[in-house]
Design a protein around this ligand. Structure first.
Ligand SMILES: Cc1ncc(COP(=O)(O)O)c(C=O)c1O
Length: 434
């Protein structure tokens, strides 16, 4: 997309493409007056610039279209909660799912809506039809939410868990090393391989396609009932990479949409390849037309994964129903452009870190093995000490929440080159003082 087209579509088209019938007029600002496209994107956020925000992957700030949809829904729910819900619940959920399908390349019915990555992981892993004697293969690098969900799943089913190192040194990890370690660890009892796309501890992005290939090969000599399923916590690649999710080759993909995608806080999804649906039992009744109609004793269409695995109960619908705005916002900018920009800012940061003797970079330089999370240690400083030191320089860094914790800077499309350079300057000063 050329710059003029990008500016035009990011402004006028954003507001019209995202309007829903009940909104009389979208107040989304027209962005053609701003000097360049990334500045225009940045201006869509009300985020504070009192400090440099280098941790937006923890929890998103909402861009204008998402913010405006949320406040409009909020107002309508406060005015007439029952009627507004009755009149909109089927259509609104369809609209959100359609946008999710467009963004991910998923087939109809494959995406269940959740409240977070953690909720999706919990529902997926504890719902897997595992039994005593089965083995879950996972890694020592995974997040609390994956590890704990797997522990619950194992306790419930009697399956065992094998945890392996995917690589010895994150900065030097290779596709060959990672796939070999997984291949070697698979045995006749393995039913699940549970991995994370982008590790939030060290920033390594796993070669999911190559891992899926290893599993496809292993499955060739297995009967269908012993098939191995590949499950991915995709949250730190979702919204900054340029991949159709089905093309990754996994069977299940779980992500929050309230991090890199800048979706409404408290939203997420689980994608399940159609031929894998049968491997999971639902846990929480979905408030969806088909299962509810059937429960009422009436004829209903067959249930999709979405029908069975989008946890029900009433929700904070002002957030859930505004999620299509976040998908559309990202599609209007362009998934490829977002990916390129995230890579460009992270590479600039990592190039700078590499020049500093006292700073050790854990994240690979290669964009094929990294995304937007950049993890490092400054001298002998703890991650917490580094985060506090950055904050003294008005920079919001974060410490990875793992037994061994690293400091992280995670630039995204709201950040600028200048902010990356100022973060590097602060890092130089912090390193000089250690
Ligand atoms: C790898 C990983 N998975 C899952 C989560 C939890 O995400 P959510 O807040 O969407 O549950 C996090 C961080 O918060 C994470 O770093």
């Amino acid at each position: 997309m050329d710059r003029r087209k990008f500016l035009a579509s990011s402004g006028v088209a954003l507001s019209s493409a995202m309007a829903i019938p009940s909104f009389s007029k979208s107040p989304t600002p027209v962005m053609t007056a701003v000097p360049d496209s990334w500045t225009a994107v940045r201006d869509q956020f009300n985020i504070s610039h009192k400090h440099i925000q280098m941790s937006q992957m923890l929890f998103a700030s909402h861009p204008a279209p998402v913010r405006e949809a949320i406040s409009e829904y909020h107002r309508k729910f406060d005015e007439d909660p029952a009627i507004f819900w009755e009149e909109n619940w089927v259509e609104a959920e369809r609209r959100v799912t359609d946008a999710a399908n467009r963004y991910t390349g998923a087939a109809p019915g494959e995406i269940a809506l959740t409240d977070s990555t953690t909720q999706g992981l919990g529902l997926l892993y504890t719902g897997l039809k595992l039994k005593k004697g089965d083995e879950i293969l996972t890694t020592t690098h995974d997040h609390y939410s994956t590890e704990t969900s797997l522990d619950y799943a194992a306790r419930r089913s009697g399956a065992t868990i094998k945890r392996i190192d995917e690589y010895a040194d994150p900065a030097k990890a290779t596709v060959e090393e990672i796939t070999r370690n997984i291949d070697t660890a698979i045995n006749s009892r393995t039913r699940i391989v549970a991995i994370t796309w982008v590790h939030s501890c060290d920033g390594v992005k796993l070669p999911v396609r190559a891992i899926a290939e290893v599993i496809r090969n292993a499955n060739e000599s297995r009967p269908a009932e012993r098939r191995i399923y590949l499950c991915v916590d995709g949250v730190h690649g979702f919204g900054n990479q340029d991949d159709d999710i089905p093309s990754l080759g996994c069977d299940f993909f779980v992500a929050g949409t309230h991090k890199w995608l800048f979706g409404p806080r408290g939203t997420g999804l689980v994608w399940a390849r159609t031929d894998a649906w049968d491997m999971v039992e639902p846990s929480i009744p979905a408030f969806r037309l088909n299962p509810f109609t059937r429960w009422l004793g009436q004829t209903a269409d067959p249930d999709t994964f979405a029908d069975l695995h989008s946890p029900g109960g009433f929700h904070a619908y002002e957030h859930r129903w505004a999620l299509d705005r976040a998908f559309n916002f990202a599609l209007e900018i362009g998934r490829d452009r977002i990916h390129q920009r995230t890579t460009q800012l992270s590479t600039r940061l990592k190039e700078g870190i590499r020049q500093m003797d006292k700073v050790h970079l854990f994240t690979p330089m290669d964009p094929a093995l990294s995304a937007g999370i950049n993890a490092f240690r400054i001298g002998k400083q703890s991650a917490g000490e580094s985060v506090r030191a950055f904050y003294d320089h008005k920079i919001v860094a974060s410490a990875s929440p793992y037994t061994i914790s690293y400091a992280r800077l995670t630039p995204c499309v709201i950040n600028t080159e200048d902010e990356v350079d100022r973060s590097l300057e602060a890092m130089r000063k912090i390193a000089a003082n250690t």
